[in-house]
Ligand binder design. Structure first.
Ligand code: HEM
Ligand code: NAG
Ligand code: NAG
Ligand code: NAG
Ligand code: NAG
Ligand code: NAG
Length: 608
């Protein structure tokens, strides 16, 4: 071969390599620029309103340059918010400063979310079908194109690692790692209960689809996700929901009585098949506990409303109580739940008025990525301690007797005292539910998710530069390297669970910087937060509006348990106060060989 012919050969090869995939596979457009392929070896980045220009949207405009030069990194902001307690105690007490900071938190977070939504699992470009078909979860980043050379675009291996191997090497719990923020099981079950109203994958259609119709906080997990179910659950008297009395206390009615579909395995007797808004809430007693508390709260609010409006009919009492409970939920989620999770010394505030003079869209669409990142199964302990009893998974799952046996009072007490597992940092998913984590990775692949680093860039974080940069250690980093080949090829979910946690925190940076925008946008995008809704008359007058504005986890519990009410807490107080924890808890080691509820779960909860 002479020199010139080998040059021609090389050129042709280069051309072939280019042709192997479309040019957008390498994700050349930075800073949220939109990539459009032009033929097979050219592309165009649309940098409109990104604040950048140039071929790859990498050159900042002057104002952008100032902004990025002044903007502290997410980790710095997090550090400031989670330290300097004395400073924040003062700020928290100066209302205009607290309001200004809260307004900034809300707007800066929600501006990360495209609203109206854009893509879905089947459409990586904007179009009317993707916008209007509400059966899909939306997508923040479009799927990796089918014709790309590797599953993550152009980087990494041709094949992603075996899921079982990955899960066993990196995700499976060896020994229970408690959450250093002191998160309690009371929090964990709240998370599961609250989020399942909008994470309701339609597994008949596939993981890209949802059965939840409103893409937000509609309380369909209490009232059902369709009118027929709602009517069956309602007493149709005084606005109330149907209930039954067990040992003198109010519990949800039985399936037999109301005739709605619920998922229970065959061994559960009719008398213990409780019927609630969400079909799958028989799964764990923690869910049924919250379902019971909210049912009691709904009926209590109806009594309060009827007192003020004796002339109102069943329908108006019901509908108004529902709006009040939506308000209470958002209040508790922001001021108790997110407050705890954030670890901030800044006191968060639920006040829709903060956004009235801002650019903010009162709409929301749940995205697949939000669902994926919320698979917080490492929160679950090895066993569940309730009063003097200890339950393993087999004894706990689908056992509604636990709820009536102990009563809401004791469940709240016990769950508030038991610490949950740490989510980030790797190797903390309990064996009995490892299959759920595996399923989540399988679904992510089916939906052609981009890499963890692609999401980090999308949410204004620097991509990790090495595996050790990602995990903060060497052992799991080495496993990752062997499995993925390139740090830019690490998948989203696996990455979130092995990411180095922030100091003394439950999560790493990515979980928070991605999760917070979805969360706050979903909460504040609710119609009750809009100017025409957010006023006393919407909630039946000042009495109802006050219920919303004074709601807290503790009050919710105290209003709805008999006798003296237990401390209800999203964290185990001792842990948070002393800042130190017993790393090796007395609880039993995780047993992946423990009777595995997979079979029952697979059978009955494929639609959870
Ligand atoms: C013992 C406790 C738990 C069990 C047995 C359990 C089991 C399951 C199962 C079987 C699925 C369905 C998986 C699939 O087919 O795709 C699932 C989904 C899910 N779980 Fe859990 N889980 C538990 C606790 C939690 C907790 C504490 C959270 C906290 C947020 C959580 C969040 C989720 C989410 C977000 C989904 C996706 C739901 C959907 O897309 O429909 N789970 N879980
Ligand atoms: C844009 O990105 C491509 C591919 O990553 C690169 O080859 C090219 O040099 C970049 N252009 C500029 C102006 O930086
Ligand atoms: C904050 O203000 C309240 C009254 O508005 C007062 O009772 C409290 O002591 C103040 N706390 C601090 C730390 O200044
Ligand atoms: C949404 O898209 C799916 C998949 O293409 C389709 O089966 C379904 O009928 C669509 N829903 C509506 C309301 O058009
Ligand atoms: C369910 O919980 C009850 C009440 O604590 C307990 O007696 C029973 O053994 C549990 N059922 C199973 C199947 O473990
Ligand atoms: C916790 O357990 C591990 C392994 O079982 C052991 O190496 C470590 O020293 C223990 N730590 C404490 C604080 O007891």
């Amino acid at each position: 071969m002479n020199k010139s012919s080998s040059a021609v050969f090389l050129l042709a090869l280069g051309f072939l390599v280019c042709e192997a995939g479309n040019p957008c596979c390498s994700e050349p457009c930075e800073n949220r620029g939109v990539c459009t392929a032009l033929g097979t070896h050219n592309y165009e980045c649309d940098c409109t309103r990104t604040g950048y220009h140039g071929q790859n949207c990498t050159t900042p405009e002057f104002l952008t340059w100032i902004k990025i030069s002044l903007k502290p990194s997410p980790n710095t902001v997090h550090y400031i918010l989670t330290h300097f307690k004395g400073f924040w105690n003062i700020i928290n007490n100066i209302s205009f400063l607290r309001d200004a900071i809260m307004r900034y938190v809300l707007t800066s977070r929600s501006h990360m979310i495209d609203s109206p939504p854009t893509f879905n699992a089947d459409y990586g470009y904007k179009n009317w079908e993707a916008y209007s078909n509400l059966s899909y979860y939306t997508r923040v980043l479009p799927p990796v194109a089918e014709d790309c050379p590797t599953p993550m675009g152009v980087v990494g291996k041709k094949e992603l690692p075996d899921i079982k191997l990955l899960a066993e090497k990196l995700l499976l719990r060896r020994q229970f790692i408690p959450d250093p923020q002191g998160t309690s099981l009371m929090f964990a079950f709240f998370a599961q209960h609250f989020t399942h109203q909008f994470f309701k994958s339609d597994m008949k259609r596939g993981p890209a689809f949802t059965r939840a119709k409103n893409h937000g906080v509609d309380l369909s997990h209490i009232y059902g996700d369709n009118l027929d179910r709602q009517h069956r659950l309602r007493l149709l008297e005084d606005g109330k929901l149907k209930y039954q009395i067990v040992d003198g206390e109010i519990y949800p009615p039985t399936v037999k009585e109301v005739g709605v579909d619920m998922h229970y395995p065959p061994h559960v007797p009719d008398s213990h098949r409780f019927a609630v808004g969400h079909e799958a809430f028989g799964l764990v007693p923690g869910l049924m506990m919250y379902a019971t508390i909210w049912l009691r709260e709904h009926n209590r609010v109806c009594d309060v409303l009827k007192e003020v409006h004796p002339d109102w009919d069943d329908e108006r009492l019901f509908q108004t109580a529902r709006l009040i409970l939506i308000g209470e939920t958002i209040k508790i989620v922001i001021e108790d739940y997110v407050q705890h999770l954030s670890g901030y010394n800044f006191k968060l505030k639920f006040d829709p008025e903060l956004l009235f003079n801002q650019r903010f869209q009162y709409q929301n669409r749940i995205s697949s990525e939000f669902n994926t990142l919320y698979h917080w199964h490492p929160l679950m302990p090895d066993t569940f301690h309730i009063e003097e009893k200890e339950y393993n998974y087999k004894q706990f799952v689908f056992n509604t007797s636990v709820v009536t046996e102990h009563g809401i009072n004791n469940l709240v007490d016990s769950f508030s005292k038991q610490i949950a597992g740490r989510v980030a940092g790797g190797r903390n998913v309990p064996g009995p539910i490892l299959h759920v984590a595996m399923k989540s990775i399988k679904d992510s692949r089916k939906m052609r998710y981009r890499s963890l680093n692609a999401y980090r860039k999308r949410f204004s974080m620097k991509p990790y530069t090495s595996f050790e940069d990602m995990t903060g250690e060497t052992e799991m980093a080495a496993v990752l390297e062997e499995m993925y080949g390139h740090v830019d090829a690490v998948e989203l979910y696996a990455g979130l669970l092995v990411e180095k946690p922030r100091p003394n925190s439950i999560f790493g940076e990515t979980m928070v910087e991605m999760g917070a925008p979805f969360s706050l946008k979903g909460l504040m995008g609710n119609p009750i937060c809009s100017p025409e809704y957010w006023k006393p008359s919407t909630f039946g007058g000042s009495v109802g509006f006050d219920i919303v504005n004074t709601a807290s986890l503790q009050r919710l519990v105290c209003h709805n348990v008999r006798g003296s009410c237990p401390v209800a807490s999203f964290y185990v107080p001792d842990v948070k106060d002393t800042g130190s924890i017993i790393i090796n808890s007395s609880s039993a080691h995780s047993q992946s060989s423990d009777i595995n509820p997979t079979v029952i779960l697979k059978e009955r909860t494929t639609e959870l």
